[in-house]
Design a protein around this ligand. Structure first.
Ligand code: GLN
Length: 483
């Protein structure tokens, strides 16, 4: 096995035992990037020079372990001091943040070696990375297909061996859906579990940062570094931070797992349902009690999400006015024209569509009919989950309705694109944690198994995911990018 194919945890062990140096690991990663990046196109910015100095600094550290010396990538909506942070938008093409997001500071403390910023749908709005203001990313399993989105660059880079792990953000599924399409592990933590300080906001009440990794152990490893209270984020939870690695080797005998029937209805491909049914049998074989259940308001989740997310987006996007950040049209005659031209020129069509939808939903004549109604639906969805978790430890569903679709297949049809997150969105509305893990292949393309749990049950999710992973070999399958 080549160095770049190892897991982060294995590289950590090799570094600690001095079987390899952090410079050698970085060189192997850089070589892999040189070989495959022109096919995958996962990065918006490469930071290999900065990475080389960090790898050198780490080499002299005595306390190797954890994430120290391990190359990673970061979605380009996380602020990185001195390194451009574009949100894959023309608006921020040359924006260089003067500070680090809290998660970036945490990675730096842990000795992580960031090799670059990863492509995404503009401002995290999208499901395929085709709405990037720069270029689309290709799925390493089939370069004619999308990697998912909006964290498509992150999932593709991990799957292609260009980084050992990546950070993404998930507002309606943007970590789990691309993880499913690219055959990697992706976790969306409980709302408030990971600080959002320095994450460029899309929909603040839904956004959450989380890891994309090659396996469940690496997910636990990265979660250990990311979590914790942060006074810079007013929604950050003041709760104890468990050692997520300690959950991995517990068995799941007696664990109660429900599968909501609404997640297996029309719109989900039969081949995907088969994979999830097989996964449920695996959980049963491992000692869990598996039962059908119901989340009756699921069918309203997508509609509520697209009101709430666009409403919050319209407020968050107001700051990009040509005055404070990023691009400015300098030919305009007055301020109003400058703002109009700036936004008209530098924002993509999907972002504009959402700003308009959100502004409409929040306008005085429609606020009650749309926004307030959507908030009430959100509450009903949360209560569905509360009731389910009185009876079940975890819920299992497909992560996506199909395998990764073809580039261009849905980009002209917003509704078809929105539907691709129908199974991941309810989790964000309820603020609960969830994980997608590799569950098998359909026609040579990966499919994710989606596990959802009550607030702060990340440990239990990792425990069940790890047991499943130990009983299967899907996570060991990797795409062939003939070089
Ligand atoms: N695809 C969903 C959207 O377009 C979710 C995006 C996300 O999670 N950032 O809004």
């Amino acid at each position: 096995m080549k160095l770049y194919q190892q897991t982060a945890q294995k590289i950590g062990e090799m570094l600690a035992k001095k079987e390899v140096t952090s410079q050698e690991v970085l060189e192997a990663t850089a070589e892999r990037i040189r070989q495959v990046e022109n096919k995958v196109q996962a990065f918006t910015t490469l930071t290999l020079d900065e990475a080389a100095s960090r790898a050198q600094a780490v080499a002299s550290r005595q306390d190797l372990g954890g994430l120290a010396g391990i190359p990673c990538g970061v979605k380009d909506n996380l602020c990185t001091k001195g390194i451009r942070t574009t949100c894959s938008s023309q608006m921020l093409e040359n924006f260089i943040p003067p500070y680090d997001a809290t998660v970036i500071s945490k990675l730096k403390e842990a000795g992580a070696v960031m090799v670059g910023k990863l492509n995404m749908d503009e401002f995290a709005m999208g499901s395929s990375t085709e709405f990037s203001g720069f270029f689309p990313t290709n799925n390493p399993w089939d370069l004619t297909r999308i990697p998912g989105g909006s964290s498509g660059g992150a999932a593709a880079a991990v799957a292609a061996g260009e980084v050992f792990y990546a950070l993404g953000s998930d507002t309606g599924g943007s970590i789990r859906q691309p993880a499913s399409f690219c055959g990697v592990v992706g976790m969306k933590p409980t709302y408030g579990r990971v600080s959002r300080y320095g994450l460029v906001a899309f929909a603040s009440s839904l956004d959450q940062i989380g890891p994309l990794t090659r396996d469940v152990t690496d997910c636990a490893l990265v979660m250990n570094s990311l979590c914790g209270y942060d006074q810079l984020d007013s929604t950050s939870l003041q709760v104890d931070k468990p050692d997520y690695m300690s959950f991995l080797h517990k068995d799941i005998k007696g664990m109660k797992i429900g599968y909501p029937r609404e997640y297996f209805q029309k719109g989900v491909d039969d081949s995907i349902k088969d994979i999830i049914k097989k996964a449920l049998l695996t959980f049963e074989r491992l000692g869990a009690q598996v039962e059908e259940t119901s989340l009756p308001h699921s069918e309203y989740a997508l509609a509520a999400y697209y009101i709430i997310a666009t409403a919050e987006c319209s407020a968050n996007m107001a700051r990009f006015d040509g005055v404070r950040y990023g691009y400015r049209d300098d030919k305009a005659e007055d301020v109003e024209e400058m703002m109009c031209n700036t936004r008209a020129h530098a924002l993509g069509p999907e972002t504009k569509l959402r700003i308009m939808l959100g502004t409409y939903a929040l306008s005085s004549g429609y606020y009650d009919a749309y926004y307030l109604k959507a908030l009430k639906v959100r509450r009903l969805i949360k209560e569905d989950f509360d009731r389910a978790f009185e009876k079940y430890d975890l819920l299992v569903s497909p992560a996506t309705t199909s395998v990764a679709f073809k580039l261009g297949e849905k980009s002209a049809d917003p509704l078809a694109m929105y539907m691709s997150d129908i199974l991941t969105i309810p989790v964000n509305l309820a603020g609960i944690p969830a994980i997608s893990i590799p569950g098998g292949l359909v026609d040579g393309l990966p499919v994710g198994v989606h596990l959802m749990g009550p607030p702060l049950s990340e440990g239990k999710l990792l425990q069940a995911a790890y047991s499943f992973e130990q009983a299967t070999d899907y996570h060991l399958k990797t795409p062939v990018l003939e070089v």
